[in-house]
Design a protein around this ligand. Structure first.
Ligand SMILES: O=P(O)(O)OC[C@H]1C[C@H](OP(=O)(O)OP(=O)(O)O)[C@H](O)[C@@H]1O
Ligand SMILES: [Zn+2]
Length: 383
């Protein structure tokens, strides 16, 4: 009996986090004495269509498949893909049939979130971009959301427990609740109490939009904290937002007019890539929540493409074992294994699991994945 309605690790590892029809499949195939040797591929699109997405979720997928008598190849986490397989599984079908639901869930959701995070990263490459959308998702998914955002190269995360899972320090500024708790008109008391109470290593970033005009509250924060003020956050509610860019420029002007050139301006609230492109030259950093955390999963499917060595894909899918390549011009090519690879191209699928053992954990190392995402975004021209 669990306190929260959450499917736990035990059920996932045991293959019980599966769709009922896989139970039926297993029962039927065992009854019929069938357990063919197959090659199955995880794909979203069969052919490249120019729409790159960022591959994430491989760490959990690898640990799901570990210990099962299968061989798995995958593209490294942090690589971009555009059609064709991101993973290939070879083995007796019943070795992994019931793992499909969790396998696709791990890869689909994380890759969708990582792709959205990369869009924000690329929209403001020289700015601080912080992921803080955990409030929009089920708490059991917070670590996945934050990890996927980090794969895309965001500069920080807000969720404390997720940070502990990932070995990353969570960061943040202050919520409106803190300002409200001190009462209308007492913003200075709130900022000063924060400055007195919070660890010295936490930047003093004052939220300046609670009860009064942003410019007014920023000037008051400067007067209240002086040199201890390291930044301000403008989270202007949509009903007041108007020309947000002008507000930010006005605030910057007033800070410089008071010699406060070093006070950073952070903005948040309903921001997406277009907003970051529009504001990146007038502010120093962004808090992005829903655009990242609420991203749609990538629509991955797991399809048998070869059975006992023979081509076997269903309608709409492509038979045979495939390779995917990054071409020198940043393109993505899908071809049958053993057929001509494009000239000057890099084959992306690499050995991940052999005979049930993980053989290369660099494929899902978080720092390595982030580095790959930055490089591949540049090579493919992702934006
Ligand atoms: O829109 P998103 O990109 O998902 O970012 C989350 C919103 C919600 C929250 O604001 P509030 O609800 O005002 O809460 P808080 O007082 O904590 O700022 C936060 O400051 C951002 O504005
Ligand atoms: Zn707010």
């Amino acid at each position: 009996m669990t306190v929260f309605d959450i499917v736990g690790e035990e059920a996932i590892l045991a293959g019980d986090a599966t769709d009922a029809y896989f139970d039926r499949t297993e029962t039927t195939l065992r009854h019929a004495g069938k357990n063919p040797h197959v090659v199955a591929e995880v794909t979203a699109d069969q052919f490249p269509d120019g729409g790159f997405e960022l591959f994430a979720g491989l760490k959990d997928a690898a640990h799901l498949l570990e210990g099962h008598d299968v061989d798995v190849d995958a593209i490294p986490e942090g690589r971009l893909f555009d059609g064709g397989p991101v993973m290939r599984i070879e083995g007796d079908y019943l070795e992994f049939a019931r793992l499909e639901t969790s396998l696709l869930g791990f890869l689909s959701h994380a890759s969708g979130i990582a792709t959205a995070a990369l869009e924000t990263r690329q929209a403001a490459p020289d700015s601080q971009v912080l992921s803080f959308g955990a409030r929009h998702v089920h708490p059991s998914m917070a670590a996945m959301v934050e990890r996927s955002a980090l794969v895309a190269g965001v500069d920080g995360i807000s969720h404390v427990a997720a940070g502990e899972v990932l070995g990353r320090e969570a960061s943040g500024t202050m919520p409106h609740a803190l300002m409200i708790a001190f009462g209308r008109g007492n913003q200075e008391q709130a900022w000063q109490a924060f400055d007195e109470a919070v660890d010295e290593d936490v930047p003093r970033i004052a939220l300046c939009d609670t009860y009064s005009d942003e410019k007014d509250e920023v000037v008051r924060a400067v007067e209240a904290l002086g040199d201890r003020l390291s930044g301000v956050r403008l989270d202007t509610t949509s009903s007041r937002r108007g020309d947000f860019r002008h507000i930010c420029r006005e605030v910057r002007w007033e800070l410089e007019a008071r010699g406060e050139d070093d006070v950073d301006i952070f903005v948040s609230g309903g921001l997406g890539p277009d907003d970051l492109r529009h504001l990146r030259d007038v502010v120093d950093g962004f808090g992005v929540g829903g655009y990242i955390s609420n991203a749609n999963p990538v629509d991955f499917a797991l399809d048998i493409v070869e059975i006992d060595g023979e081509p076997a894909a269903k309608r709409g899918k492509l038979s045979g074992v495939k390779e995917v390549y990054r071409t020198a011009d940043g393109g993505h090519h899908v071809g049958l294994r053993g057929h001509d690879a494009p000239a000057d191209a890099e084959a992306l699928l690499q050995p991940l699991v052999r005979d049930g053992d993980i053989v290369d954990d660099d494929l899902f190392d978080l720092d390595a994945a982030t580095a790959r995402a930055v490089d591949d975004a540049a090579l493919t021209g992702f934006s």
